[in-house]
Design a protein around this ligand. Structure first.
Ligand SMILES: Nc1ncnc2c1ncn2[C@@H]1O[C@H](COP(=O)(O)OP(=O)(O)OP(=O)(O)O)[C@@H](O)[C@H]1O
Ligand code: SF4
Ligand SMILES: [Mg+2]
Length: 330
C-alpha cells in the first residue's frame, strides 16, 4: 500500500535517475544514480562545471527530455505523484501551475512575436480560466511585482524592446504567475552583467519566499548557489559526487572536486591579500559522455587518485545531511 503524502514528505523526490543518450548506434549513461529531495519552500542548489548534466536533469523534472536523450530509469515524485511517465496532457497541467522554469537566455524562451503582457496573461487564461481582460490586469500586477517600471506601458512591449534584465524579470513573472510549488532556475543570470545578476537573484528568492515556492537553483557558480540555498549538491560527469548543507560544503568539503570548486572561489578580503596572485583552478576538463574514464570519473584530474580510483567507481557514503562519492573522502 502506498502511504498518502503528508506535509513532512518532500515536495520533489528524484530517485536513482538515469538519463540515456543515443549516439553512434550506442546507448550512453549521460546521468547516473542521481537522487535528491527538495522540501516545500526550500531552496536547493545543483552545481557543477559545464557539461556535467545539470540542465538535462532539470529537463527531466519538467518532462522535457527529447531525443537523443531519454529517461533511462529512476523515479521523479512530485508531491506524492510519480510523474516520470506522465502523459503529455498531465505534463501540460503540471508545467505552469505546479512547476515553473526560468532558463538562462530569456530570448529563446519568450515568444518574439507576442507582447510580454499577453505572454504572462496567457498563463492565467490557460491554467486558471481567467477572461482576457482580467488576465491582462493580473499581468500588469505581475510585472509590478517583478519591479518592471511603468508596467501599464510595458505590458504592450515585445521582448526585443526590453533589456536582458527586464526580459529575465518577465520570465520570472511568467514562471511564478500561477504560484507553482517548485521553480527550476537554470543559470538564470549568467547572460546578465554582475549588478543586474544580484538584483535578479534577490528578486527571485524574495518572491519565492513570499509565495512559499521551492527552488531548484542550477549554476556553475558555487558561491552564488550556496548564498541562496540551504542544501547544495555537486555534480560531476553525470553523477552527484557530494551533497551537504551549504555551510558544510564550504567549511568541510569532502570530495576533491568540491574542494577544487571551493578553492577556485575568491573569498572576502582574500583577493586583496593575494594581490595579483591567481586563484587555484581545477586542471583539465570534464570528460565527454562517450569517453567517461573507468572507475571514478574524476580520477584523471584528481590529485589524490590511487589505483583503486582508476578501476572502481566509488560508492555513496552517507554524511550528515548528504553524501559523498569518493574512495578517500576521509
Ligand atoms: N540534445 C543533446 N544531444 C546530445 N547530447 C546532449 C544534448 N543535450 C545535452 N547533451 C550532452 O549531455 C551532457 C550534459 O549536458 P547539460 O546540458 O545537462 O550540461 P550542463 O551541466 O547543464 O552544462 P552547462 O553548464 O554548459 O549548461 C553534455 O555532455 C551535453 O553535451
Ligand atoms: S575516488 Fe579517487 S579519484 Fe575519485 S575523487 Fe576520490 S580520491 Fe579522487
Ligand atoms: Mg546547462
Amino acid at each position: 500500500m502506498t502511504a498518502a503524502p503528508t506535509n513532512d514528505a518532500p515536495l520533489l523526490r528524484v530517485d536513482d535517475l538515469h538519463i540515456a543518450l543515443q549516439a553512434d548506434g550506442r546507448t550512453f549513461n549521460a546521468v547516473e544514480n542521481v537522487s535528491f529531495e527538495i522540501g516545500r519552500g526550500e531552496a536547493f542548489g545543483l552545481v557543477g562545471e559545464s557539461g556535467c548534466g545539470k540542465s538535462i536533469t532539470a529537463l527531466s523534472v519538467m518532462g522535457l527530455l527529447r531525443r537523443p536523450l531519454s529517461l533511462g530509469s529512476g523515479r521523479i515524485v512530485l508531491d506524492g505523484e510519480e510523474i516520470q511517465h506522465a502523459s503529455a496532457a498531465r505534463w501540460r497541467e503540471l508545467r505552469g501551475p505546479r512547476i515553473g522554469m526560468i532558463f538562462q537566455e530569456p530570448m529563446t524562451a519568450l515568444n518574439p512575436l507576442s507582447p510580454v503582457g499577453r505572454q504572462i496573461a496567457e498563463m492565467f487564461v490557460l491554467h486558471e480560466g481567467a477572461s482576457w481582460n482580467e488576465a491582462m490586469d493580473r499581468a500588469e500586477d505581475a510585472l509590478r511585482q517583478v519591479r518592471v517600471p511603468s508596467p501599464e506601458r510595458r505590458i504592450k512591449d515585445y521582448p526585443h524592446q526590453l533589456s536582458g534584465g527586464m526580459r529575465q524579470r518577465v520570465m520570472i513573472a511568467i514562471a511564478l504567475a500561477c504560484r507553482p510549488d517548485l521553480l527550476i532556475a537554470d543559470e538564470p543570470t549568467t547572460a546578465l552583467d554582475v549588478t543586474v545578476q544580484a538584483e535578479i537573484i534577490d528578486l527571485m528568492s524574495e518572491l519565492c519566499a513570499a509565495k512559499g515556492t521551492a527552488i531548484l537553483m542550477i549554476s556553475h557558480d558555487l558561491g552564488l548557489v550556496s548564498n541562496m540555498c540551504r542544501r547544495v549538491a555537486v555534480m560531476y560527469a553525470g553523477r552527484i559526487v557530494e551533497s551537504q548543507p551549504a555551510e558544510a560544503i564550504f567549511a568541510t568539503p569532502r570530495h576533491p572536486y568540491t574542494r577544487g570548486l571551493v578553492d577556485s572561489l575568491p573569498r572576502l578580503g582574500e583577493r586583496a591579500r593575494r594581490g595579483r596572485q591567481k586563484l587555484r583552478e581545477i586542471t583539465g576538463v570534464v570528460p565527454s559522455i562517450v569517453a567517461y574514464p573507468a572507475g571514478c570519473r574524476f580520477n584523471p584530474r584528481c590529485p589524490q587518485a590511487t589505483d583503486l580510483c582508476r578501476t572502481t567507481a566509488p560508492p555513496a557514503t552517507a554524511l550528515p545531511g548528504g553524501l559523498v562519492r569518493c574512495h578517500h573522502h576521509d
